[in-house]
Design a protein around this ligand. Structure first.
Ligand SMILES: *Cc1c(COP(=O)(O)O)cnc(C)c1O
Length: 369
């Protein structure tokens, strides 16, 4: 048996960037400004330029980015936010934490992103925002979502872009496409740090200011707490690490696109349904996900062949104990079917073609048995 492949190869990434990352970390240790040091502003400027958004506010995680966005929009108890049940729990968690109600809308069967045709029927007088999730690294149909939001009293739109940083949509970048874009630098995300981190993006000056204040306990000036806030800063060391990683990020995105395309081509001959990628955008494959039958048996056979897999996500949120009451007994048939069939294969920029061939050989074998 060959040695097991890594599901996501962070060691190879560090090895490639070691001199840059080590130097960046040492610079922070030398100046000692561990909180809100110069690397924080430097990273915010670099990420704003990258996404095309006017403002970038780094925060302590992707979850905190979503929470701070909703707080900046002044979400109140009883308000409703439209999102999908086929996402990581954080998306709905932040809505519930503020006493508001997630209103779930089903997904498209071929992309697993929110089905925009179902959004309008879910809008009520209490709707205060729409929160689409750019799942697996493919941006949702943001133009269509923004148009729906505009038709309904200019509802704010927050893109949960935790998995899609670096992805393109009609020539523009994820995070810079709506009222707020919120991303995560969790180590396994397309742009990861070495701990927790995240960022918020917006073109709106007032919302950016609100988010900056909320990030630091609602302070407009030191010890002047203008509003309710949180302890939501991203620390200087993590910003320094992301800055070093940005140096080969364009290469990494190109690798992700090329590896994803190669996977898709190689899978064409197998009895596996591929994720659809729309013609006007790309997918940066935060997870390389396919649809299969007999998933558990396949995963076991792949594991035995040294190929790790994962499931994003095995149970939609309306079927999770913490969120079941928000589904109000509704079925979300497409999300439920996806949860039963999705399986993610190893993916990271440093995956070699040899390793990819090994995944495909193991999958071909596993599908036969
Ligand atoms: C990872 C993720 C989050 C949360 O990000 P953290 O940095 O782990 O808090 C939110 N939404 C989605 C879709 C995610 O994948």
């Amino acid at each position: 048996m060959s040695p097991a492949l890594p599901f996501i190869d962070l060691k190879a990434q560090y090895a490639a960037l070691k001199p840059r990352i080590d130097a960046r970390i040492q610079a922070v240790l030398d100046h000692g400004q561990y909180i809100m040091g110069p690397e924080v502003k430097e990273l915010e400027a670099a990420l704003a330029a990258y996404t095309g958004a006017k403002h970038c506010i780094t925060v302590s995680s992707g979850t905190e980015a979503l929470l701070i966005a909703l707080m900046a929009l002044d979400l109140k108890p009883g308000d409703e936010v439209i999102t999908t049940p086929f996402t990581f729990a954080a998306t709905a968690e932040v809505i519930v934490l503020l006493g508001a109600k997630p209103v779930f809308v089903d997904i498209e069967p071929d992309t697993c992103n929110i089905d925009t045709r179902l959004i309008e029927a879910a809008i009520t007088p209490r709707t205060r925002a729409i929160m689409p999730v750019s799942l697996y690294g493919q941006v949702c149909d943001m133009d269509e979502i923004n148009a729906i939001a505009a038709r309904h009293g200019h509802l704010p739109v927050i893109e949960d872009a935790a998995q899609s940083f670096g992805a393109s949509y009609k020539g523009r970048k994820s995070c810079g496409l709506s009222t707020f874009g919120a991303t995560s630098f969790f180590p396994s995300k397309p742009l990861g740090c070495y701990g927790d981190g995240g960022a918020l993006f917006t073109d709106d000056d007032a919302l950016a200011q609100a988010a900056r204040e909320i990030r630091i306990h609602g302070q407009s000036q030191r010890y002047t707490h203008t509003r309710l806030g949180v302890g939501g800063r991203m620390d200087t060391l993590q910003c320094a690490i992301v800055l070093a990683k940005l140096e080969r990020f364009d290469w990494e995105i190109a690798q992700r696109l090329a590896l994803g395309q190669r996977y898709q081509q190689l899978l064409a001959d197998l009895p596996v349904q591929r994720l659809a990628v729309r013609a006007d955008r790309d997918c940066v494959w935060a997870q390389f996900t396919v649809f299969v039958e007999r998933r558990e048996a396949l995963q076991q056979a792949l594991q035995a062949a040294g190929v790790p897999t994962a499931v994003h996500y095995p149970k939609p949120l309306h079927m999770q104990p913490a969120y079941a009451s928000y589904g109000q007994g509704q079925r979300f048939a497409v999300a439920e079917d996806a949860a039963r069939r999705v399986m993610s294969l190893p993916m990271s920029p440093d995956l070699s073609e040899t390793q990819q061939a090994m995944v495909l050989a193991a999958l071909t074998q596993a599908l036969r048995t």
